[in-house]
Design a protein around this ligand. Structure first.
Ligand SMILES: N[C@@H](CCC(=O)N[C@@H](CS)C(=O)NCC(=O)O)C(=O)O
Length: 213
């Protein structure tokens, strides 16, 4: 039976899958494990009553297991690994936190209006560290096979590419060749292509955070 998944709908387009990187991570995990699922698209600007009743925190993603809705993409990735062990996606513990500071650095730089506040350099340092890691261990974070750490990072790196390209005309330096090979591999996976939000929805999602009224 298909698992029920509540996912973010696109801002201003409630019938289209939206731009939440945490929802995307869960969908990637389901796709990689070939678990059938049924999407409930949630308009976060006007949450349906059933959704806030089963999930008072009001965040997506949530997935229904045995009549209970469970939130948080970290928790969900862990449960999916236990319930659907094939293919194994668990990242070896020594690699589990690789790249984990990139999203925070990206958001700080994206929102920054002060070119001398060091936020660009802080992001570059994190991207270079990932590039070095991939050079030593790649092509994926834990080697030849995709694991949970890659599926967590892929949507965030896609947001980085789309949002920094749009709002700052900024791109990751060409010199980070292992990083670029890695994102090409991730973004061309069947699971990713099937679950990706449109660029215009990613941009619309970031707009109020980059240019608050
Ligand atoms: N730690 C959570 C974060 C989930 C999260 O922040 N989701 C956002 C959308 S990307 C959300 O639902 N925000 C609630 C809102 O905008 O009302 C996870 O990993 O699942």
């Amino acid at each position: 039976m298909a698992l029920e998944v509540a996912a973010k709908a696109a801002a201003g387009a409630p019938d289209i899958l939206g731009d939440c990187p945490f929802t995307h991570r869960v969908l990637l995990t389901l796709e990689e494990k070939k678990v059938p699922y049924k999407l409930h698209l949630i308009n976060l600007a006007d949450k349906p009553q059933w959704f806030t009743e089963v999930n008072p925190e009001g965040k997506v993603p949530v997935v229904k297991f045995d009549d209970k809705w469970v939130s948080d993409s970290d928790v969900l990735a862990g449960i999916l690994e236990e319930k659907y062990p094939e293919p194994v996606l668990k990242t070896p513990p020594e690699f589990a936190s690789v790249g984990s500071k990139i999203f925070g650095s990206f958001v700080t730089f994206l929102k920054s209006k002060d070119p001398s506040d060091g936020s660009e350099q802080a992001l570059l340092n994190e991207l270079k560290a990932l590039d070095e890691h991939l050079k030593a261990h790649g092509p994926y974070i834990a080697g030849e096979k995709v694991t949970a750490a890659d599926l967590s990072l892929a949507p965030k790196l896609y947001h980085l590419k789309v949002a920094l390209g749009h709002f700052k005309k900024w791109t990751v330096p060409e010199s980070l060749t292992h990083y670029h090979k890695y994102t090409e591999l991730l973004f061309s996976r069947e699971s990713f292509v099937k679950t990706i939000a449109e660029e215009k929805h990613i941009i619309a999602g970031w707009e109020p955070k980059v240019n608050p009224k």
